[in-house]
Design a protein around this ligand. Structure first.
Ligand code: SAM
Length: 248
């Protein structure tokens, strides 16, 4: 029998080569999904005290960029204690809906209670789950929101999370991501922070990524981008759109 012809590896496109180089420099995530779930369960009651004050500015700026309106059906991934869920539910009105997935059951409870106290429970549907496998049909959301969540996923998982976002957004739908960024900010502070993340991933679990590049690689078109400083680091806010017609 004739030996099969040796397969040639397709030449890498320059843009892929650049992305591969960038990705190699992003710090890896060493914590398992189960460890992440337990960590957020443990901190759910204190989360606002520990991180709430720091994150609010960026989250609010990102919510403004997403600009949810009456009647929108919105999804939030990793909603934590539910501040953005409540803001989104107020914005979408009675005719709209806010869905959410978070890996921590206790965070789900805290966020539900916040929505309930604000009288918004009827517009909100939150559940425990993994953003890598969204329990929704395709093309059902007008908008998707994520703040300080995408950078918790290991580098090879980021495209998979964004594929799920692309799948569940309707054509022309928008996504806004706020994430610690490797672009902008002081290089020294970014490297220092990455060292701290490496040594103490249980306390400093977010690590800087390239949110805009990741979104564009997933097929989204950038509509606007903003950089905000955070103690010498940079938070990147990116508003992107799923193509109005094409399938990825
Ligand atoms: C850093 S907190 C950010 C919370 C909130 N977005 C905010 O800005 O205040 C990250 C949240 O993502 C959730 N999370 C972590 N891994 C997740 C996963 N694989 N799927 C869904 N949620 C996840 C955590 O439980 C936590 O609530």
């Amino acid at each position: 029998m004739e030996a099969p012809a040796a397969r040639r590896r397709p030449a890498q496109r320059p843009v892929d080569a650049i992305m591969a180089q960038k990705e190699r420099r992003i710090a890896p995530v060493t914590r398992s999904r189960e460890q992440a779930r337990r960590a957020y369960d443990r901190t759910s009651r204190w989360y606002d005290l520990l991180a709430g004050g720091i994150e609010a500015r960026y989250r609010n700026a990102a919510l403004e960029m997403l600009a949810a309106v009456r009647g929108d059906v919105v999804l939030e991934l990793g909603f934590g204690s539910g501040h953005a869920v409540a803001a989104l539910a107020a914005a979408v009105g009675r005719a709209g809906r806010v869905y959410g997935v978070d890996i921590s059951a206790r965070m789900v409870a805290v966020a539900r209670s916040r929505a309930g106290s604000a009288g918004l429970a009827e517009r909100v549907c939150l559940q425990q789950g993994d953003a890598l496998r969204l329990p929704y049909q395709s093309a059902v959301f007008d908008k998707i929101f994520m703040s300080f969540v995408l950078e918790l996923f290991d580098t090879p998982e980021i495209p998979a999370v964004l594929r799920e976002c692309y799948r569940t957004l309707r054509p022309g739908g928008r996504i806004c991501v706020a994430a610690l960024s490797r672009q902008g900010g002081s290089r020294l502070m970014t490297r220092l922070y990455e060292r701290v993340h490496e040594k103490l991933p249980q306390y400093f679990d977010c690590r800087p990524i390239y949110a805009q590049s990741a979104l564009e690689q997933a097929g989204f078109r950038t509509l606007s981008r903003r950089e905000m400083p955070l103690l010498g680091l940079c938070v990147e806010l990116v508003l992107s759109q799923r193509s109005p017609a094409a399938v990825p």
